[in-house]
Design a protein around this ligand. Structure first.
Ligand SMILES: [Zn+2]
Length: 178
């Protein structure tokens, strides 16, 4: 049995690490935004080092599967030369969708850490929980809500800006039509 105080310290240490990795995921999300994509970023960590990163590229790639997590899982498979990403932790700024959650189960990822919950399509507890379902032969450990407010604000700011841009464009078109 480990000393409860020691255990608390290691839990705190993990929380600090989780936040640091989530900040990196947010920086990746910003890369997506620079390309006009919805800002979602992901990275995969094994033994305290980042082995792969990804960000949303669905529009640029004309590919509905090019979510941040999928990009990250694909890159990690190349690095590890294995489709099974055992003993890894995936960090992502937004709760994964059903596709990404399914890929995480297939890849046998050990732990999922996500930022903002996705109440519309989240498949790690919000709409459905595919990553902890006993119906499958693999379950992930889940830590939800790491930097949730910051991750959520990154997304809402993007959508706010996009709505304003659309509105401005419409106004300009109207003006031209007059
Ligand atoms: Zn997804």
């Amino acid at each position: 049995m480990s000393n409860p105080i020691e255990k608390q310290t290691s839990l705190d240490e993990q929380a600090v690490k989780d936040e640091a990795y989530m900040r990196q995921a947010m920086a990746l999300a910003a890369q997506a935004e620079l390309r006009g994509e919805v800002p979602v970023g992901a990275l995969l960590v094994k033994d305290d080092s980042v082995i792969a990163t990804g960000y949303n590229l669905s529009i640029c790639r004309h590919d509905a599967s090019a979510h941040a997590e999928m990009e990250c899982i694909r890159a990690a498979g190349q690095v590890m030369e294995n489709y099974r990403l055992l003993d890894t932790t995936l960090y992502v700024t937004l709760e994964p969708c059903a596709m990404c959650a399914g890929a995480m189960v297939h890849a046998r990822i050990g732990r999922l850490v996500f930022g903002a919950a996705d109440l519309k399509t989240g498949a790690a507890g919000s709409v459905v929980d595919l990553v902890r379902s006993s119906a499958f032969n693999h379950q992930l450990e889940v830590t939800a809500g790491v930097l949730a407010e910051d991750c959520g604000e990154q997304l809402s700011a993007f959508f706010r800006r996009r709505r304003q841009e659309k509105k401005a464009l419409k106004m300009a078109e109207k003006k031209q039509g007059q």
